[in-house]
Design a protein around this ligand. Structure first.
Ligand SMILES: [Zn+2]
Length: 455
């Protein structure tokens, strides 16, 4: 089937696609509040019946201890590759309601944008794929590859029951790669493939000095002060070049390749813009790396909270018995959160003075992920995006984590390709969330082209 046939079908059905998206957006599938469980379930059922309606025969709604998972598959492409599409149908709470120009669950089209809770995150982006699949089924009666759809209802509440479901359905979910559209493009009109995400090791340390709080006049100068010692330890965790001073910390870091650095440098990004966006006076970070390299491809160790002693109004002359801090390490391929936690713990113990007690605990961790840019799935996405947007797509990475991507990598052993159709100004999780309809339509053709390119 020709590319033109795909373009024509999407063009001819634009209005209906938007009306159907509106139906999807009208269901208030807010997953946080248990009182709302009925609406979340109704959304899962709506989605399942819509998937049957476009011609998918295997469509199931699976109960979990929380909200249901919608699973569908097309396995009619015998001998052809199998792909897994992941998305979520649940949404964030719409509060504060008074800041919405139109009600969050009454989708409104203004200025060629659709406004509603979930418009971009993730109903609109997910629905673009569903319409892409419909396009191929409607034009040819079949799909060029096998597709499995895994759509959860608990993404906005931490995907509590997803890992167990994936683990239990490992064989059934076997595939070559996972496709996810739940992220923004790097800039308007610039299709982007995210091929790397950072991982995380979240730690907490406590320094113990006196057995109880002491009077700073009677004892000060003669006993260790845990806050002073915690400050000294924190100061020794980075060197003058902004590098993390923990021995072995960088051993597993996959260094950036020269073509990656060139690609990042070509992106429409300026330090001035970044300064304005963050409200900082100036930038800092590891010497020898640009800002994008620092936030995408280099590990960090950042303190998130620190407490101890007296912080109330007025003055209290106290030497506290303990001082604590929470800190997080963002990790890059191929660092391992448990190993990093052990290295940090050993180093902190080695630099702590003998006259205090110190404990370092790992709260939780997540692995970094990287998808090879020359993999079949990434290359197919590249071609599909180019055809659809008529612009060369860019390769980007993400500084944060998407835990399900690590699960796909660890449990299923498959890489994930993140192809976002959103924009930075979509206001996801905020009032007046929107999705540009041009991105919706281009997302649909991208999806249809993508499955064809994967044969
Ligand atoms: Zn999302």
């Amino acid at each position: 089937m020709s590319d033109q046939a795909i373009r024509d079908y999407v063009e001819a059905n634009r209005e209906r696609f938007v009306e159907e998206l509106k139906e999807f957006l009208r269901i208030p599938s807010v997953s946080t509040d248990p009182v709302n469980a009925g609406e979340v379930r109704r959304c899962a059922e709506w989605l399942a019946s819509h998937l049957r309606g476009i011609g998918l025969e295997t469509v199931e709604v699976h109960a979990t201890p929380g909200h249901p998972i919608v699973y569908a598959e097309y396995m009619g492409a015998v001998g052809k590759p199998t792909l897994l599409l992941y998305g979520h149908y649940d949404v964030q709470p719409p509060d504060p309601l008074e800041l919405w120009l139109t009600p969050p669950f009454e989708p409104d089209v203004r200025d060629n944008k659709i406004f509603a809770r979930g418009a971009t995150d993730d109903k609109g982006q997910l629905f673009a794929h569903i319409k892409g699949i419909e396009t191929l089924l409607a034009l040819t009666g079949e799909l060029p590859v096998n597709i499995k759809l895994l759509i959860e209802g608990e993404e906005e509440v931490g995907s509590k029951n997803l890992d167990a479901w994936i683990e239990a359905n490992k064989e059934r979910l076997a595939s070559e790669a996972v496709i996810i559209s739940d992220s923004p493009m790097f800039a308007p009109g610039l299709p982007s493939i995210t091929y790397g995400l950072r991982g995380l090791a979240y730690l907490e340390m406590t320094v113990r000095g006196p057995g109880h709080d002491l009077h700073s006049g009677l004892y000060g100068g003669g006993v260790p002060n845990p806050i002073n010692e915690l400050g000294r330890i924190i100061a020794k965790l980075h060197d003058e070049d902004g590098r993390i001073a923990v021995p072995g910390f960088y051993d597993a870091v996959r260094e950036l390749e020269s073509d990656e650095r060139e690609a990042f440098a070509r992106l429409p990004f300026t330090e001035e813009g970044f300064i304005a966006e963050t409200g900082v006076v100036g930038l800092t970070g590891e010497t020898g790396f640009t800002t994008l390299e620092r936030i995408w491809a280099r590990p960090t160790l950042d303190f998130n909270g620190i407490w101890g002693g007296f912080t109330g109004a007025g003055a209290k002359t106290v030497l506290p018995s303990t001082a604590s801090a929470k800190f997080s390490c963002r990790l890059v391929a191929d660092q391992n959160p448990d190993k990093i936690a052990a290295l940090v713990r050993d180093y902190v113990r080695s630099i702590a003075p003998e006259y205090v007690e110190i404990s370092v605990e790992l709260h939780h961790g997540g692995s970094p992920v990287i998808t090879e840019r020359d993999s079949r799935a990434v290359q197919a996405a590249l071609r599909a995006l180019k055809k659809s947007w008529d612009v060369d797509p860019v390769f980007v990475r993400g500084g944060g984590s998407i835990p399900v991507v690590a699960t796909f990598s660890e449990v299923l052993g498959v890489p994930t390709v993140l192809v976002g159709f959103g924009l930075d100004d979509d206001r996801l999780h905020s009032p007046n969330e929107k999705f540009n309809l041009e991105n919706f339509y281009a997302g649909i053709t991208t999806s249809a082209f993508l499955w064809n390119e994967l044969v």
